[in-house]
Each structure stands twice: as C-alpha cells, then as structure tokens.
Design a protein. Sequence first.
Length: 111
Amino acid sequence: MIPGQDTDLYQRIGELLAAVMPARAQRISALATVGDDWSEVSFEFAGEDGKPAHFGFDEHPAQAAGDIGEALIELRKRMSADGSAPWGHCRFDMDRGGKFDLDFDYTPVEV
C-alpha cells in the first residue's frame, strides 16, 4: 500500500460518520468486522460526558453501515493487494472536528 492512496476511502467514511453523528455526540465510532466480500458495521458515540452510547434499534443508520462496510471492503482489498495479510476487524473513530483515528486488528475472522 502506498501512503495516502486511500484518502478517498477515509474521506468517504468520515463523511458518512459525520452525517449520522447525533447532535449531542462529540465522537462517533464505526466498529467493523470485514471479510473478502462482506462486512458487519456497528456504531457507538460519546457525548460531552464521554460515556459511550449506541443507536436504538429504530435509529440505527443501516444505509450508512452498508456504505461504510463497502468502503472498508475496498480498503481491505487495497491494503492486502501486495500479498500482505488482510485485517479482519477495524475501528474508525472520528471527533466532531473531523479528526479521525483508524485501528486494525489482524485476528482471523470466524465465519
């Protein structure tokens, strides 16, 4: 992977998270398990008190989860295209100001 080549995917994920971030949240996270052609994405967010919260069943942004999942599948493919071991889990954290952090976990995905 060439540094900076995946900026388009980071930007897309950040835009999707910003769109679903609740007004009361100071930070939002997408937690994902990603395979070769599938993903599971959930969200958590934290308000000013820093306590984690989750979307209620009726509030869950399913479309954003699907779109983020697609971007993460593409990111995983790009990152392992050179033969590197693919990661299976990741966490994308973003604060209200747009600063983000992305962590990968290379623990094998159980299907």
